[in-house]
Design a protein around this ligand. Structure first.
Ligand code: NAD
Length: 460
């Protein structure tokens, strides 16, 4: 295993600047070749990736394929569209600009930094990297030290297949991040918590470096009476308990119409049994909590409210059973902090107005879920709330659609990515206006005497 010496950071950046200046990355064919190399490297290391995620999070193999290795689909999507995205786009000009033509060029930014979290530690580094490569940048990636096995396998893949002057990995924790953040980059792409996001933005401000911040928050899930309860239960159970709830867009809490609360809870009980059996600790399909610190934090939440389902835990395994909890107060820490674990509070409402008011009294979430077939209700929720994204009648699946920009708003983040949005995030849109020489009207030139009436007319 090769790890980068932190003292080398300045040198790596310097080498990447030289590489970028060579112009190599501006060639679209080169970018496509690199994306193909990345895809092949992931395929070759599939087994090692599965093992690393098993070691870090006890992540079931199916979940690793569905949510980590599936990032190769994004590579295919980008390769398919890249020639089109990179071609200059004609822009319209108004009649008074009749002798001009206008175009928008997408140009790479230069050397970019990508910092990742531990919960989907492979995908959340590789997916932005795909965008950085597609847009023609050099990149330094810093995986999360907390998912250490995955960090090592990423390092192995990248160092084996890429010149560090083009793509380099820096492993490590806060110290490594800070060392990197002391340097000047052309873009910083960060995925992690809101508190660290503020630190990243403050460091970036020093050099006026643009940032993309993919942060977290409490994503509500509204369940109305007009829904197919069987499917609703299954879709919520999956979205909440996949990766043991350690998903940035997992439903954080349920807002359920009081009329169907009992049926929903009964359904969840049945759904959990169907997914993980009578004793989820023995299920091969249920992940573990990443660290002791997070385990302790989550176990503390169990004191808030009344446990309806689950609640069992096993510190030696960092296991917390899929848990549904009732009677929480909005002031309890479980309703103040992002849960980011397998505990699901249920809050009832009698009128949708209450649910909307609760959501709007909180920082804007990364995702909002609504289970309802009622078109008017759907319209109301869409119009009256703000969130990074919305998924109606399902959970988490919005992240898998490459044509949908993925990102937060307000406290849940700045900017977005996936598909074309990733390409745009890592590109500068250079506006180019061109005049011709076949005439040169003098209305804008001095001397101005007598020209004001015409200018007023032009202004309409
Ligand atoms: P985190 O913010 O603790 O860490 C993220 C990265 O920042 C890691 O690489 C870490 O080494 C680095 N870091 C930590 N402290 C730092 C500091 N003081 N200075 C500089 N760098 C520092 O986040 P996490 O615990 O790894 O991930 C969980 C959070 O990430 C949750 O809030 C979750 O919602 C969010 N998240 C968001 C998305 C998204 O796409 N929006 C995806 C996954 C996770």
């Amino acid at each position: 295993m090769i790890t980068t010496e932190l003292s080398n950071v300045s040198k790596i950046i310097q080498n990447q600047r030289h590489f970028f200046q060579s112009g190599k990355t501006k060639d679209v064919t080169f970018r496509i070749e690199q994306l193909k190399i990345l895809k092949q490297a992931i395929i070759e290391h599939e087994q090692a990736i599965v093992e690393a995620l098993q070691a870090d999070l006890h992540k079931p193999e199916v979940e690793t394929y569905l949510t980590e290795i599936s990032v190769i689909k994004e590579i295919d999507y980008v390769i398919k569209h890249l020639q089109n995205w990179t071609s200059p786009k004609k822009a319209a000009v108004s009649w008074d600009f009749f002798s001009y033509s206008a175009k928008i060029y997408s140009e790479p930014l230069g050397v970019v930094l990508i910092i990742g979290p531990w919960n989907y530690p492979f995908q959340l580094i590789i997916s932005p990297l795909i965008g950085a490569i597609a847009a023609g940048n050099c990149a330094i990636i810093k995986p999360s030290e907390i998912a250490s096995h995955t960090s090592h396998i990423i390092t192995e893949i990248i160092t084996k297949h890429f010149d560090p002057a083009y793509i380099a990995v820096v492993e490590g924790g806060v110290e490594a991040s800070q060392k990197l953040l002391a340097e000047k980059f052309d873009h910083i792409f960060f995925t992690g918590g809101t508190a660290v996001g503020k630190i990243i933005m403050a460091a970036a401000a020093k050099y006026l470096t643009p940032v993309t911040l993919e942060l977290g928050g409490k994503s509500p899930c509204i369940v109305d009476t007009d829904t197919n309860l069987e499917y609703t239960v299954r879709r919520i159970t999956w979205g909440k308990f996949i990766n043991a709830g350690q998903t940035c867009i997992a439903p954080d809490y349920l807002l359920v119409n009081a009329k169907i609360k009992k049926d929903l809870i009964d359904g969840l009980k049945k759904g959990l049994k169907e997914f993980y059996g009578d004793n989820p600790i023995t299920s091969p399909d249920y992940a573990r909590i990443i660290s002791q610190k997070h385990f302790d934090r989550l176990v503390n939440f169990l004191k808030d409210g009344k446990v309806l389902i689950g609640g069992e835990n096993q510190p030696s395994e960092r296991y917390i059973a899929p848990t549904v909890i009732d009677n929480v107060s909005l002031e309890d820490s479980i309703m103040q902090e992002e849960i980011f674990g397998p505990i699901l509070p249920v809050i009832e409402y009698t009128d949708i107005t209450e649910a909307i008011a609760l959501i709007n009294s909180r920082p804007k979430p990364l995702a909002l879920y609504l289970f309802s077939q009622n078109k008017n209700l759907q319209k109301r929720v869409l119009q009256e709330t703000s969130s990074g994204g919305v998924c109606i009648n399902d959970t988490v699946m919005q992240v898998g659609v490459s044509s949908l920009p993925f990102g937060g708003v307000g406290d849940s983040g700045i900017g977005n990515y996936h598909g074309k949005a990733s390409f745009d995030t890592f590109s500068h849109k250079k506006s180019v206006l061109q005049n011709s020489f076949w005439l040169d009207l003098k209305w804008r030139y001095a001397p101005y005497a007598g020209k004001l009436p015409l200018i007023k007319k032009l202004l309409g």
